[in-house]
Design a protein around this ligand. Structure first.
Ligand code: FAD
Length: 370
């Protein structure tokens, strides 16, 4: 039996960044991962930072994401110094394209959040779209330019893992946590089928598996939403912008790879890429940029976004003393990871947080019985 100040369950970006923050605050930390470190949603992600606002987000929600994105970009040099890994952070403008009057209205509706978060936006004519990115030949009716950034999330995960190990976080892989250990209303650790870990605090960072642990009263309506992605390689298209189509995104990576994503499907934990999913993404991308038809397909993959009913993550204290949630980050978990880690670390080390994240309260969906 091992004892720690904090046990974190799940080594995706949320668990890794929470471990980093808690270790920096002087806590002993064990990070328990049932498969390999960083091989689920965080690995499958597109790594887009400061992506456009969603209709359900307030100005302050979007501003928080922009701040989280900047925190990740600022971390890049520190991680390179600590681990020798370049996370390939790159800033580039995003070009959002509308093809219909409804599409234009949806795009214009984002202006308040973009300006409120001081990211700004510029609406441009179809001719200006062509001038900025000549490869786009589709019949665009309006373009919008915003600031954007991208990181190579797989490198980020590797760097966070090495950084955490170097800092003294103990990482256990192949460690499938099944039950919380609770004594007198207070968490005292966790159990796997064969092991027990004692801790003063336990953080559930299991992504789309957030509702599967036994022993906690909260209803965790977190479900997997499959996202299919693919990577292309081409020398005949030089993208200087991230291209936001109505349904899909085309992302130029610093390495020269072009990513295309992503589908949004309720298919349980089915990891397959499907013919229809891949066809839909390729069709939309080639319609916008016909030259992409010559690109080589380098890789196909899928991942499970931790989706929940209102789109906001479930981060904070549970009803059990010492037990915390940091799950359900849906489409935005890379950008929200730094703030999530800060909130969890603050709650555990000082009992409160200065961040305005009351709407992330993990008890808001009631108890499992209700
Ligand atoms: C295709 C796709 C594209 C995306 N693009 C973006 C993007 O561009 N920008 C952005 O900000 N976000 C994006 N997202 C969302 C983002 O990737 C997720 O919100 C984020 O990765 C969630 O991180 P996590 O650490 O909570 O989950 P995960 O990365 O899934 O990690 C959870 C970990 O918990 C482990 N685990 C589960 N149960 C247990 C258990 N019982 N015991 C031990 N370990 C357990 C799992 O094995 C896993 O490693 C995308 C997601 C997908 C799928």
């Amino acid at each position: 039996m091992r004892g720690y100040d904090v046990v974190i369950i799940g080594a995706g970006i949320i668990g890794l960044m929470a471990a980093r923050a808690l270790r920096a605050a002087g806590r002993t930390v064990a990070l328990l991962e049932r498969s390999e470190v960083g091989k689920e949603a965080s690995w499958a992600s597109a790594g887009v930072l400061m992506s456009r606002p969603y209709a359900y987000e307030s100005i302050s929600d979007f501003a928080l994401r922009v701040e989280g994105s900047e925190m990740l970009l600022a971390l890049a040099p520190a991680l390179a110094a600590e681990t020798g890994i370049d996370i390939e952070a790159v800033r580039h403008p995003a070009l959002h394209l509308a093809f219909t009057a409804d599409g234009e209205a949806n795009m214009r509706a984002l202006q308040p959040q973009l300006e409120g978060a001081e990211l700004g936006c510029e609406f441009i004519s179809p001719a200006d779209v062509q001038e900025r990115q000549p490869e786009i030949t589709a019949p665009v009716t309006l373009g919008m330019v915003t600031s954007c950034a991208n990181i190579e999330n797989r490198r980020l995960l590797r760097a966070l893992e090495i950084g955490a190990r170097n800092a003294g976080v103990e990482i256990f892989t192949g460690c499938d946590v099944q039950t919380l250990q609770v004594t007198g209303g207070r968490v005292t650790g966790v159990h796997t089928a064969t092991q027990e870990f004692n801790a003063d605090a336990v953080v559930n960072a299991t992504g789309s598996w957030g509702g599967t642990l036994r022993g906690a009263p909260e209803r965790m309506p977190v479900l997997p939403e499959r996202g299919q992605m693919l990577a292309l390689w081409t020398e005949s298209v030089a993208l200087t912008h991230l291209i936001n189509l109505p349904q899909y995104i085309i992302i130029p990576r610093k390495s020269g790879r072009v990513l295309l994503g992503a589908t949004s499907e309720r298919a349980g934990y089915d990891r397959r890429n499907t013919a229809g999913g891949v066809q839909g993404m390729l069709h939309a991308a080639i319609q916008a940029i016909p030259k992409l038809a010559d690109a080589a397909i380098e890789e196909l993959w899928t991942g499970f976004r931790p989706a929940n009913p209102d789109g906001f993550p479930l981060v904070g204290r549970s009803a059990i003393e010492g037990y915390y949630y940091a799950v359900g980050h849906y489409k935005l978990g890379i950008q929200q990871a730094p703030i999530t880690a800060e909130v969890i670390s603050d709650l555990i080390t000082s009992g409160g947080t200065a961040r305005s994240v009351a709407h992330w309260d993990p008890t808001r969906f009631g108890t499992a019985e209700t």
